[in-house]
Ligand binder design. Structure first.
Ligand code: MTE
Ligand code: MO
Length: 430
């Protein structure tokens, strides 16, 4: 489904409009049993009474699909781009289909992509990683060399600082794939950057790193030494298998909790220095412009954020009233998520959602709210709180603090308008 191409300056209907139209009156109240979730028309259902095709034929044997792919009936579960945003496919972005996923791990083939010069196709036997600059011994590692350092596994989210950037001025894109899909979360296997730096011997004056990619953009970002020594990884596996070319095969930098721009893909060199480097034009765009034209510099940590992934515009309620599941994701670059609240009425009343599954620092968290839908319109919101005590702000509060000139670091509360027919639209309330 293509996104609705609404213009930036047309915000969604206001909360006042909803109040005056009486839309907020109802919500969720009527208690129904799970019986209501069973199909009433079981008698005479051909799915029961008829023998299905797949009951009759001998299926394909093992290894007919040497590398397994999803069922043909899941063909809608794909990365998508936004045509008017994709000026060039090489320097552009695709979005994770968050509305189709569950749990906290993003399958490798569905991780959003952000490239500045397209996908580099690197032969690992010809790839080298160099560490030079303010070190005792400049070093060059082959992939084989990297594999001989002690390895670790960690689950981390990666979020582009521009995620939700198109929503700064008002509700615009109809689907969480587009509003929030510049995030993914996988298990990385890699070596601590600290081990590699120790091997090279960092000089006392060294305070900054400049990692560089082997793609044609030769993407670089300055990273402070404390972060590098704290939890950065040089990763070569994601979800157990080699990184995908789109994600930086054969090796990428992992900068947990910090903006995606710093996670250099196709990592080939790390220069060690005593001050931050002048940012290149492409990457300097990642500096936030405030209303008065001054820049908000060095905004590295990705703030506490959440979104309801279902129901959402691409995942409407298609089963009528009764038992329903609200499902969503929350994350914070500060660590774990402590609590997620959900509102059905545009932020007037809040219920604490159920965080389900593992809770890992700087990883996605899955939350659910199981509720009875009485069929009346809803204004769904989620609000995350992290273990450092940060609370996800409303979009109004964000704009009051940062103006409307920004693109980056939009962690405002998202509102979905669920209509009586179960369809869902991106709106704003204030
Ligand atoms: N070498 C290189 N590294 C890169 C980029 C790039 O274009 N080239 N894009 C950066 C940006 S802006 C983001 S948000 C993340 C995206 O990572 P992903 O494509 O794995 O989602 O990679 C970062 N690392
Ligand atoms: Mo990014």
């Amino acid at each position: 489904m293509p996104p609705q191409n609404r213009k930036t300056d047309r915000p969604g209907p206001s909360r006042r409009q909803f109040l005056s139209s009486g839309l907020l009156a109802g919500g969720a109240a009527v208690a129904t049993g799970f019986g209501a979730t069973r199909s009433a028309a079981a008698a005479g259902d051909p799915a029961i009474t008829e023998i299905q095709d797949w009951n009759r034929y001998l299926g394909e044997g093992v290894v007919s699909r040497p590398y397994g792919v999803p069922s043909q009936f899941e063909s809608q579960v794909i990365r998508r781009d936004v045509e008017w945003l994709t000026a060039s496919r090489e320097s552009s972005v695709s979005f994770t289909p968050l509305h189709e996923l569950d749990g906290i791990i993003t399958p490798n083939g569905l991780c959003f992509e952000r490239h500045h010069a397209g996908i580099a196709e690197i032969d690992p036997s010809k790839h080298r990683l160099m560490i030079n600059g303010l070190v005792d011994t400049p070093l060059v590692f082959t992939m084989q060399d990297l594999m001989r350092f002690p390895r670790e596994n960690h689950v981390y989210f990666l979020e582009c600082a521009a995620n939700s950037g198109m929503e700064w001025r008002g509700a615009q894109l109809n689907g969480c794939q587009y509003t929030h899909g510049m995030v993914h979360c996988v298990v990385y296997t890699g070596v601590r950057l600290k081990h590699l730096l120790d091997e090279a011997g960092v000089k006392p004056s060294a305070k900054w790193l400049l990692p560089e990619g082997a793609d044609a953009s030769a993407m670089t970002r300055s990273i402070p030494m404390e972060k590098a020594l704290d939890d950065c990884l040089v990763a070569f596996k994601m979800n157990g298998e080699a990184l995908r070319p789109e994600q930086g095969y054969p090796v990428r930098l992992v900068v947990p909790g910090w903006e995606g721009n710093m996670w250099i893909k196709w990592l080939r060199r790390i220069e060690v220095g005593d001050q931050p480097w002048q940012q290149r034009e492409e990457t300097s765009k990642y500096t936030d412009l405030l209303a008065n034209g001054t820049a908000r510099r060095f905004t590295w940590v990705m703030d506490v954020k959440s979104v309801i992934t279902s129901p959402s515009p691409q995942a409407p309620i298609n089963h009528g009233r009764g038992k329903a599941v609200i499902s969503g994701l929350a994350w914070s670059g500060n660590g774990r998520i402590k609590r997620v609240d959900v509102s059905l009425d545009g932020g007037r009343n809040w219920t604490t959602a159920r965080l389900d599954g593992v809770s890992l620092p700087k990883a996605l968290h899955r939350f659910y709210l199981d509720f009875d839908w009485d069929g009346s319109p809803l204004l769904l919101q989620s609000r995350a709180i992290d273990e450092a005590g940060f609370v996800q702000p409303t979009k109004d509060a964000l704009r009051a603090a940062r103006g409307s000139n920004s693109i980056y670091h939009n962690n405002g509360i998202q509102t979905w308008h669920v209509k009586a027919d179960g369809t869902v639209e991106n709106v704003e309330v204030s």
